[in-house]
Design a protein around this ligand. Structure first.
Ligand code: HEC
Ligand code: HEC
Ligand code: HEC
Ligand code: HEC
Ligand code: HEC
Length: 485
């Protein structure tokens, strides 16, 4: 055996390629394996270390191994290039001694290959996990993904990994994502990525494949009470409530037929549309295909013109897209709030104290201005609030010293959760289609302007989607009734 090892090592020594490979392997091995064992047992928290291990050390190690074998087989000194010639093989297979030596080397190579396969798969497995992790997606490209990651961490899906929505299961989409990922890495390295990152994501996997791994819209039935809390810009920051009964409905299950809002995603209804803009905000043509195969085409009066113009626009393709979850839930996790909603949310959960007079008004006046950076915004919020309350409510600051710092911190957070000047993300850059307040949302179709040949229109009747039980009231009767007061 020792002889085989020896001929193996002398073989390596005789090829410069192998030698270089062996050096790389020797240098990387202790670091790589130390790090991998550490990662398996304790988990490497820092994404840059993990990237160094799996994206630099790992490939270097594998590259070194490959170089050793390539060197051995093809470059091992000029005189042995004839390795695979007939004469060479005859020589080895007829001479018993040489044959035994050859056999040993073969066994040894097979043994080493097995070890390598094991290492390759372990490395592949760990790298795969790393590249699927939230920290790789969200932190590695720090400034680029920071807004998406921040919004995500504040959302109901903060424990769902990025890849569950962006890639989903199956090898095809994994490979696709790695190809587009490689392109994106170049864009980041060369600093050519768009700011802000464009939306909607035209290459996103159809949402039915991803969302429905966890959600089944045919299983929710009935109605949902939605309460919207708002605060007036007056001295008392008066708390107002809007109460809606949302007709969530269902996509149909067992004996129940599809109805209400999730009627759109029932298996028997297929809705497709053509958008005349890249952002999918103008939808001149909507087609409903029913279970029996019949279709109803709803078009706006200017549909021909819009679609024709869109066809000429550079870079825009008028495609027929099948409506799915994200045509309504386009912000299931990257939820950027409008300024008033962001401030109202913090007032509601107490991060901004409601007891501070005019705080809503002050907050709105400052956060809606343009700032060059989050730091500048934070400094201005602190300076202007301090000056205003010192001058007008000096006494309050003495009796409740903690109230102003809390308000400042809350307003700063509302700003920094939603506005990212370095990525050109301001209030409203990414709006939400769920409803009709932030952008036209449901009214992109439900505007009574989309008409079929029979003169049917897509309904804008307020009661189609919700019952408005109270609108911006201080103490809605309906909530008193529901709570039995
Ligand atoms: C619950 C599903 C879900 C999860 C989890 C998720 N995303 Fe998204 N993401 C979406 C959807 C849906 C869109 C945009 C849809 C559209 O309008 O095209 C999107 C859009 C984006 C965009 C484009 C910019 C934008 O806001 O429209 C980026 C970048 C992005 N996601 C990164 C991430 C990163 C990084 C993570 C993990 C930290 C993540 N996503 C986790 C569903 C998800
Ligand atoms: C890996 C599982 C998973 C995937 C994939 C997933 N979700 Fe969710 N989603 C959840 C969980 C869990 C909750 C409940 C979170 C909570 O209430 O704390 C949730 C909550 C929601 C809610 C209610 C949010 C609220 O404000 O209460 C909506 C709407 C939603 N998801 C839509 C989507 C859409 C659209 C997609 C696809 C783009 C998606 N989800 C993908 C697990 C998932
Ligand atoms: C036509 C628009 C539309 C489509 C398409 C749609 N939804 Fe919804 N969905 C809504 C609205 C509106 C609500 C109610 C939101 C609210 O006010 O809380 C909702 C609520 C939900 C909820 C929360 C249910 C609850 O009882 O709290 C989940 C989860 C959800 N949708 C998942 C999905 C998934 C998954 C898909 C795709 C298969 C989908 N939706 C397709 C509009 C839509
Ligand atoms: C791409 C176009 C499109 C969008 C966007 C859209 N809808 Fe619809 N919706 C339709 C069509 C088409 C119909 C069937 C015609 C009708 O009932 O008026 C329909 C029907 C409905 C119905 C009646 C379903 C039933 O029980 O028969 C409800 C409720 C509804 N939509 C709610 C919503 C809500 C809420 C949103 C926004 C979150 C929304 N829709 C966005 C196209 C759309
Ligand atoms: C196609 C469905 C649809 C139609 C038609 C519709 N709405 Fe809405 N509306 C929604 C959805 C979805 C929301 C958002 C609920 C949420 O944010 O959870 C909403 C939200 C609202 C809100 C609360 C807004 C806020 O954030 O405070 C009001 C008020 C409202 N609608 C009034 C109306 C009125 C008035 C009409 C009739 C002209 C109407 N809606 C027609 C779907 C619809």
């Amino acid at each position: 055996m020792s002889k085989t090892v020896k001929s193996f090592t002398t073989g390596i020594a005789r090829s410069r390629v192998s030698l270089l490979g062996a050096m790389i392997v020797t240098i990387t091995t202790p670091f790589l394996f130390g790090a991998m064992i550490y990662d398996a047992l304790f988990h490497i928290g820092n994404t840059y270390y993990a990237a160094a291990v799996y994206m630099l050390l790992g490939p270097a190690f594998l590259g070194g191994l490959v170089m050793i074998f390539v060197g051995l087989l093809f470059f091992k000194g000029k005189e042995e290039v004839k390795l695979f010639t007939m004469a060479y093989l005859q020589d080895y297979f007829t001479d018993a001694k040489k044959f035994r030596r050859m056999r040993k080397i073969l066994f040894f190579t097979v043994f080493l290959t097995c070890v390598n396969v094991f290492i390759f798969s372990l490395l592949g497995y760990r790298s795969y996990h790393y590249m699927e992790s939230v920290s790789f997606c969200g932190e590695f490209c720090h400034t680029v993904m920071n807004p998406e990651r921040t919004a995500y961490l504040n959302s109901p899906h903060s424990r769902v990994a990025c890849v569950e929505c962006h890639i989903g299961s199956g090898a095809g989409w994994f490979v696709k994502s790695k190809i587009s990922g490689a392109r994106q890495l170049f864009a980041v390295a060369l600093n050519t990525y768009p700011r802000p990152i464009g939306t909607p994501v035209h290459g996103l996997r159809p949402a039915r494949d991803t969302c429905e791994e966890c959600h089944r819209p045919e299983m929710f039935h009935g109605e949902k009470l939605v309460i919207k809390d708002k605060f007036r810009e007056d001295e008392n920051n008066t708390h107002l409530k809007t109460v809606l009964l949302m007709k969530i409905g269902s996509a149909g299950d067992r004996a129940k037929s599809s109805h209400g809002i999730h009627w759109h995603v029932a298996p028997e209804n297929k809705i497709t549309y053509k958008a005349s803009d890249h952002s999918r905000l103008t939808l001149p043509e909507v087609t409903l295909t029913k279970a029996d195969g019949s279709t109803v085409v709803y078009r706006s009066s200017d549909a021909d013109e819009l679609l024709q113009d869109a066809g000429h626009e550079a870079g825009h393709e008028v495609e027929s897209r099948e409506m799915d979850c994200i045509d309504c839930h386009n912000r299931p996790t990257h939820i950027y709030l409008p300024a008033d909603v962001a401030i109202d949310d913090k007032l509601l959960n107490g991060e901004i104290p409601v007891a501070l007079p005019f705080v809503k008004k002050m907050a709105m006046a400052i956060v809606t201005r343009d700032f060059a950076s989050q730091d500048e915004a934070k400094a201005t919020i602190e300076a202007e609030l301090t000056a205003f309350y010192k001058e007008n409510y000096g006494e309050l600051l003495v009796t409740q010293p903690e109230i102003l710092p809390r308000a400042i911190a809350g307003i700063q957070k509302a700003y920094c959760d939603n506005v990212f000047p370095d990525m050109n993300i301001v209030w409203g850059t990414y709006s939400n289609h769920l409803g009709h307040v932030q952008d036209s949302g449901c009214f992109r179709c439900h505007d009574e302007e989309h008409e079929s040949e029979d003169g049917e229109v897509i309904s804008m009747d307020c009661d189609t989607c919700h019952v408005i039980l109270a609108e911006e009231e201080e103490d809605p009767e309906i909530l008193q009734t529901l709570s039995g007061e």
